[in-house]
Design a protein around this ligand. Structure first.
Ligand code: ATP
Length: 354
């Protein structure tokens, strides 16, 4: 896709997007509700008429300048949406073979059964959709979309209607099958964890733009913009002036050598970045950080800490530490920072967004 713009009336929802999905690659379009993910997917499918830009499948233009628009059924794309309805009067097997009428009956059946097997649904081949659970129907919808071996699979929140445990299993199976058949896949989700699990690359969108595209690790470990950091989970927001290449924050000094001396830095600290140790001696507690509240969340403990900089500046921050660590309210603590979980950006101009 190149130079894609799209508006509904005067409301521009896609604002100049370039994106490529390579054969065998899973790319996740990730972003908050309303940022234009589904519209982009529908443009790729041909369900939305292209207004500006170009869409090509394996190098062949399917929509572009001069009003060229290949209808969805003529594009080699497989679609599975959150509420993909199966044909209720057809069996599971007939649903999956539906798009394979061009093949001999034996081959049609074999291909459908192989996919159903890979998605754990072979035993239900003769069942009808109303006899299946939501998760099983979703598996059949995926098999149906994959059966014609499309050049591009388009999945829009395919797991969001499933409960958490079922979702993990179906994600796992789906990824396995996508990789096995080598389909190029564009998957829409608003769930960062799902994107990190499924994607070879993530394109993080906001307000019709792609903010950053890269591997899950690149986005998580080398975010190019504060929005990328905040989208992947809670962060502590601190700020301070750059002095001698550092910002002295209440949770410790932070490297900011790449910012101009004297400028104001915005410092984003993940709760996991804070290493917390209880102090034995209660003396001088006023000069140390202390616990305001500690909560056990299961595999980790969440600590609400009142942190003090050497110059007395104070900030309330959250720390997340592994295991059971429940210091009492008022307990003095020392803090150390894991620099790989701390991100420094120039301070945003007044009125700008995250
Ligand atoms: P979600 O995660 O909530 O599905 P999204 O990122 O997929 O959101 P889109 O569905 O692409 O976002 O919608 C982008 C914007 O376009 C939204 O403001 C939406 O209200 C608007 N929009 C989408 N489809 C239409 C339409 N057919 N007519 C008018 N406005 C639309």
């Amino acid at each position: 896709m190149q130079g894609i713009h799209h508006a509904f009336g005067r409301h521009e929802v896609v604002k100049g997007i370039d994106l490529e999905v390579l054969p065998g690659e899973v790319v996740c379009l990730l972003g908050p509700s309303g940022c234009g993910k589904t519209t982009l997917l529908r443009i790729a499918a041909g369900l939305e008429t292209l207004q500006r830009g170009r869409v090509a499948l394996e190098g062949k233009e399917v929509a572009g300048g001069g009003g060229r628009h290949l209808p969805p059924e003529k594009r080699s794309v497989g679609l599975a949406f959150q509420d993909s309805a199966l044909f209720p009067h057809l069996s599971v097997l007939e649903n999956v073979t539906f798009g394979l009428k061009h093949l001999p009956a034996g081959e049609r059946r074999q291909r459908a059964l192989t996919l159903l097997e890979q998605l754990g649904m072979a035993a239900h081949a003769e069942s009808y959709p109303h006899m299946l659970s939501g998760g099983q129907q979703q598996r059949v919808a995926l098999a149906r979309a994959l059966a014609p071996e499309p050049q591009l699979m388009l999945l829009d929140e395919p797991f969001s209607s499933l409960d958490a445990r079922l979702r993990d299993q179906i994600r796992d199976d789906t990824l396995h099958v996508l990789k096995k058949v080598g389909a190029a896949t564009l998957l829409v989700t608003h769930d960062p964890e799902e994107a990190m699990f499924m994607a070879d690359r993530i394109a993080l969108m906001r307000d019709g733009h792609i903010i950053q595209v890269g591997t899950p690790r690149e986005l998580y470990c080398n975010p190019s913009d504060p929005f990328v950091v905040t989208f992947f989970g809670e962060v502590n927001e601190l700020s301070g002036e750059v002095r001698d290449g550092q910002v002295l924050t209440p949770v410790g000094p932070v490297d900011a050598g790449w910012l101009a001396e004297g400028s104001t830095a915005r410092v984003l600290v993940r709760p996991e970045a804070l290493q917390v140790a209880a102090l034995d001696a209660p003396a001088e507690t006023h000069s140390h950080s202390h616990i305001v509240m500690a909560k056990l969340l299961g595999r980790s403990s969440l600590l609400h800490i009142c942190a003090h900089a050497p110059d007395g500046e104070e900030a309330h921050v959250h720390a997340r530490v592994p295991g059971v660590f429940l210091p009492a309210e008022g307990q003095p603590v020392t803090l150390r920072l894991d620099p790989s979980q701390v991100f420094v950006f120039p301070s945003r101009p007044a009125g700008a967004r995250a």
